[in-house]
Design a protein around this ligand. Structure first.
Ligand SMILES: *[C@@H]1O[C@H](CO)[C@@H](O)[C@H](O)[C@H]1NC(C)=O
Ligand SMILES: *[C@@H]1O[C@H](CO)[C@@H](O)[C@H](O)[C@H]1NC(C)=O
Ligand SMILES: *[C@@H]1O[C@H](CO)[C@@H](O)[C@H](O)[C@H]1NC(C)=O
Ligand SMILES: *[C@@H]1O[C@H](CO)[C@@H](O)[C@H](O)[C@H]1NC(C)=O
Length: 472
């Protein structure tokens, strides 16, 4: 396996980890996200360091040999035409080796930064001091008290909100712009009435009709003896974060709500790479969905070929390096003996850079979603024919014939508007509906599964039914 191939494998793991992230955590720290796949990340870091050491070794050995050979030939007194050619070839090899080494060092450096960024992931409370509102206010319990930065859990301290008793009381904060939310931490009152909070829901999205936004998990319950609860909403995005109490005649009191979001990995001034730290202190990247997605070799984000295609450029739209040009290692030598790290956690199957886990049990849609989240994953999203085809094959091979399996697509929020687990609407995107589907049969079918009855094409089905499910 060539050096660049090893880099590719490590990158694939990194992309997978970055996407799956982690779910629950009791850590209530202000500014770091507990790293749940820490072991995997540490392993990755070790692999990178080992790889760097081994390739350093190999490169210097090769270079020394080529240099020696070249000098030996040079000092020969009478040179044949073949020897002259050999000198030119060796000089080319030394030049290429040096180039490869620079490229390789840069890639390993970027990967190491990315792993470190995941291990010591900083998050900031983006709700602090933002505009808050609630469906009603009782006494002095204004909505703004939940974003005043004071987590005192005694109502009389003047830092907790209070609605009147009403049906489905709701509190929300307008973050002013969309953020990717890692987790929401809620402080409950501890002087009395702590049990009033249970159960509660969290909605996150861009609609100011806040209860219509996607829900982060299902009903949540806080331990009434704990001052706070941390709920992971990994990867959900939105401008509004709402807490609501489902059901009639309830009262909502919140002493603080913290909404943690990962800081931006790129800079306002368009600089990137070593020497140009982002808000989290690590070398800045370039916004992969912005107009300048590539980091040039002189540390500017850009879009021209000189920014995106040069050997030491980084194209953040596609972090996987091209596999077409393996390091120009002379054939006489053995490549560095790096063991490629396992790319998917045990029990998961890999497709491209994604890992999928087929459940061994059956659950209704909400429980299936929670089970995936508890494992730091989410329900699978087969958004293209290749991924869908791969998963259908896995399902056929894993489950007895006639079995169904949930994936992460539902129109529970708004009938007829199917939305993927990551909050993006299906819209006119690729789909594989079985004939006549979705039909919302008896107005009771809002969740989507692969149906064995119709060649494992997609079908809407009652969310309350228990079927197998696929996490990713
Ligand atoms: C060093 O070069 C010589 C002569 O070109 C070759 O025979 C030998 O195998 C090379 N050794 C290594 C480790 O590349
Ligand atoms: C050095 O790399 C260039 C470009 O990849 C290639 O064309 C050339 O053959 C290489 N030279 C040697 C001696 O390997
Ligand atoms: C708070 O929400 C209510 C509707 O529930 C709305 O009438 C009111 O204008 C909002 N207040 C602010 C300051 O946004
Ligand atoms: C919370 O406020 C109460 C009442 O003002 C006060 O007695 C208590 O010391 C405060 N607790 C903390 C942790 O600051």
């Amino acid at each position: 396996m060539g050096v660049l191939n090893v880099v590719t494998v490590v990158l694939a793991v990194l992309v997978t980890l970055q996407e799956s992230g982690q779910t629950t955590g009791q850590d209530l720290g202000e500014d770091t996200e507990p790293c749940l796949p820490c072991e995997e990340l540490d392993q990755l870091k070790n692999d990178l360091m080992k790889m760097q050491a081994e390739t350093d070794n190999t490169f210097s050995m090769l270079e020394a040999n080529a240099t020696k050979d070249r000098q030996a030939l040079r000092h020969m007194w009478k040179k044949t035409h073949e020897q002259e050619n050999r000198i030119v070839e060796l000089e080319g090899q030394v030049g290429n080796l040096t180039g490869d080494k620079v490229k390789m060092d840069k890639q390993v450096g970027i990967l190491t930064d990315a792993v470190n960024r995941l291990i010591h992931k900083k998050v900031v409370n983006v709700a602090l001091g933002k505009a808050a509102n609630q469906t009603s206010t009782h006494g002095p319990g204004a909505a703004s008290r939940a974003v005043d930065g004071d987590t005192n859990t005694t109502f009389d301290a003047g830092t907790c909100t209070h609605t009147q008793e009403e049906d489905n009381p709701t509190w929300w904060v307008d973050l002013g712009q969309s953020y990717t939310v890692e987790r929401v931490v809620i402080f409950n009152r501890q002087d009395n009435s702590a049990e009033r909070l249970n159960p509660f829901n969290i909605h996150i999205g861009d609609s100011d009709q806040v209860n219509e936004n996607l829900q982060c998990g299902g009903d949540h319950e806080i331990d009434v003896d704990e001052a706070s609860i941390s709920v992971s909403c990994h990867g959900m995005r939105g401008r509004y974060v709402a807490i609501d109490l489902p059901g009639p005649r309830r009262t909502l009191t919140l002493c603080e709500v913290k909404v943690f979001s990962a800081p931006k990995k790129w800079r306002e001034d368009g600089r990137c790479g070593r020497g140009y730290p982002a808000e989290d202190g690590y070398p800045a990247e370039c916004d992969p969905s912005g107009i300048y997605p590539c980091c040039s070799s002189n540390n500017h984000c850009g879009i021209t070929a000189a920014d995106c295609d040069c050997p030491t450029c980084v194209d953040y739209r596609n972090p996987l390096p091209a596999t077409t040009s393996p390091a120009t290692t002379p054939p006489a030598t053995t490549p560095p003996a790096t063991t490629p790290p396992a790319t998917c956690p045990r029990g998961y199957v890999q497709f491209l850079d994604r890992c999928f886990g087929l459940s061994t049990d059956t659950k209704n849609y909400a429980d299936a979603r929670s089970a995936c989240q508890a494992a730091g994953r989410h329900l699978a999203m087969p958004k293209d024919p290749e991924t869908n085809g791969f998963l259908v094959e896995q399902i056929k091979n894993t489950y007895s014939s006639g079995s169904f399996a949930w994936f992460g697509l539902t129109d529970q929020v708004q009938e007829g508007t199917f939305v993927w687990e990551d909050g993006t609407p299906l819209g006119n995107g690729w789909s594989d509906w079985a004939p006549e589907q979705p039909d919302d049969y008896q107005s009771a079918e809002d969740c989507v599964h692969w149906t064995a009855d119709q060649g494992y094409m997609w079908n809407d089905y009652p969310c309350s039914e228990n079927t197998y499910y696929v996490c990713e």
